[in-house]
Design a protein around this ligand. Sequence first.
Ligand code: HAM
Length: 418
Amino acid sequence: MSTFKAPKGTYDLIPPYSAKYLAVRDAISGPLRLSGYGYVETPGFEDVDLFARGVGESTDIVTKEMYTLTTKGGANLALRPEGTASVLRAALEANLHKAGGLPVKLWYSGSYYRYERPQKGRYRHFSQVGAEAIGAEDPALDAELIILADQAYRSLGLRNFRILLNSLGDKECRPVYREALQGFLRGLDLDEETVRRAEINPLRVLDDKRAEVQKQLVGAPMLRDYLCDACKAYHEEVRALITAAGVAFEDDEKLVRGLDYYTRTTFEFVHDGLGSQSAVGGGGRYDGLSEMIGGPALPSVGWALGVDRTVLALEAEGVELDIPPTTSVFAVALGEAKPVLFGLVTELRQAGVAADISYGGKGLKGAMKDANRSGARFAIVAGDRDLAEGVVQLKDMESGEQGPVAVADVVEVLRTKL
Ligand code: HAM
């Protein structure tokens, strides 16, 4: 072991386990790539104000969880705690919203950083795959995103997840509700921090998990009763489209997300096998974010699914992903056969066959152990005598059958067998 360890709240992804993460990222991005979303990549850090203004000055993410730093040049940066603000910033900077038709549909995959108290499913470095559809107000777009996430989870074999859906209203109706809720909260017996939260971000109080708070919230005004007609109609259309697609969801009028930019549609994917960190993904509409970061009005919607928690959810359900062995053919070279087999392995790789070879001058026993460990379906074994006859021994690692194949035919024979 070295003197160093992975920092608190982080962990390394190492083979073979890491293959699951690649498979999950592929499964989540697959439906997006088939639906007009283009890949976007942004820096791992941004101007701290992008998140302060975008995600919200009163959110835990901004006040407690950001990794901030000042550069030697005096710039104030933050490691990105989420992707939406960055992706929108990049789209605006590249004028994507002016380049072609709207919406601009983008997907991304990467590392995010939050200084949170680490526990199972909650890390200081985690990864998300996300999607943002920028510049269109259309219930079908909200529905599309929810349906695509559902499709991604199902393609992985996940079954025990639920979709929670809510509408947070817009700039017309939410302020009226906010005031009504604040009036109600002021009459409760709450601790100092919660009283403060009620003044800054009263909707977050609804999300308080403590029983003594929840007890007092019975009878609180609900946003549903304050939604304006436009928000109500919009939400009904989203619900109808998801229902028509056969995607089950639950209306959750207490669903408030931990980021301030949401308007109207909000949703969360929760998995019941994960304990307290049950949200595997979440998202919603953020019609005002562009203006909040200095852009034009660009109503948008998106989500991010947590890769770490999706892997945990798969494990909780006992789903084994169908991950093919990394190596299909393993070469074992004896005597002077190394250059010939090395050449064959290169040819196999060029022909698209996953191939590897034993390194380090091992004898037959050691090299065959390598072949077994690799999970390869076939081994090609050759020594001086085989090469003198122009053949290699092809061994089927499942049946144990073995026989000579002419060196010139090896690649073709293996391609047909695999
Ligand atoms: P979020 O709900 O903060 O939303 O994060 C999305 C997902 O990232 C969570 O559901 C969870 O799976 C994962 N996640 C968040 N924090 C952690 C953590 N500390 N450890 C492990 N996993 C974590 C957003 O980030 C929004 N940007 C989503 C969005 C996109 N909204 C609109 N567009």
